[in-house]
Design a protein around this ligand. Structure first.
Ligand SMILES: [Mg+2]
Length: 238
């Protein structure tokens, strides 16, 4: 476990966590029902597939490292019934997937609360979460984690917002050199590349939906790689 450390011994000043598939087991706890609901909504809107075919293609999509948005991929893969508009079908899937009621039974990965409390003795701890604001707020409320962070930042990719916007806000608020920030998350495009572009250090949690997506540029190459967030302290020498 992380001991009390002097400033000299601390490799970073601030730890910036992602929520889904980093602290919360989204892939196991939320994804199966959300993807099924999204498939159902797209089929009603005109996707030329059965629920079973859509579910299978969904699973194959993230293994194939296809970087297209899943909803666009499904529409291209199956096509739409005559009279339906492909873009609207994809949009219906996106809406059903991201704007939904969060199950009240969700929980963080084991020992995450203890880990965050422990790290908070030595580091600034921040949360940057991407998605529909109301949905992400609901997850935070159910998990009872708002008091564990110095700051919580939302970005909504459907509104053209990026994680780097939140990262920049954290830096202007806390005013440390860029290399003293560590971004921890499961997406090499947003959690890793957008942090590295600012000069931050990065830890890729290779878990969940995007775990088979491999780096394709120097910016996507993480400084550390872990399979689960509970390896963070040991592997990143915190
Ligand atoms: Mg995530």
């Amino acid at each position: 476990m992380s001991d009390n450390k002097t400033d000299k011994m601390r490799p970073f000043a601030h730890l910036v966590f992602d929520l889904d598939d980093t602290l919360l087991d989204t892939s196991r706890q939320l994804l199966p029902r959300a993807s099924r609901d999204a498939c159902a909504a797209m089929i009603v809107a005109g996707l030329e597939a059965t629920l079973e075919q859509c579910g299978k293609a969904w699973d194959e999509h993230h293994v194939s490292q296809d970087r297209h948005e899943i909803f666009t991929h499904l529409v291209e893969h199956f096509g739409v019934r005559g009279g339906s508009d492909a873009a609207s079908v994809a949009q219906r899937g996106f809406h059903a997937f991201y704007n939904r009621k969060v199950e009240s039974t969700i929980s963080m990965f084991p020992k995450m609360r203890e880990m965050l409390l422990d790290l908070h003795k030595n580091y600034g701890i921040h949360l940057v979460t991407a998605g529909n604001r109301a949905t992400q707020d609901e997850k935070i409320r159910i998990l009872k984690i708002s008091n564990l962070f110095d700051g919580i930042y939302h970005i909504d990719p459907s509104r053209g917002e990026f994680k780097r916007d939140a990262f920049n806000r954290i830096m202007s608020k806390t005013a440390c050199p860029p290399e003293q920030y560590l971004s921890i998350g499961n997406r090499i495009d947003s959690d890793i590349a957008e942090a590295k572009a600012l000069g931050w250090k990065t830890c890729w949690v290779r878990y969940g939906e995007h775990s088979s997506m491999l780096p394709t540029s120097a910016l996507e190459e993480p400084d550390f790689v872990i399979d689960m967030t509970n390896e963070l302290i040991e592997k990143c020498h915190l």
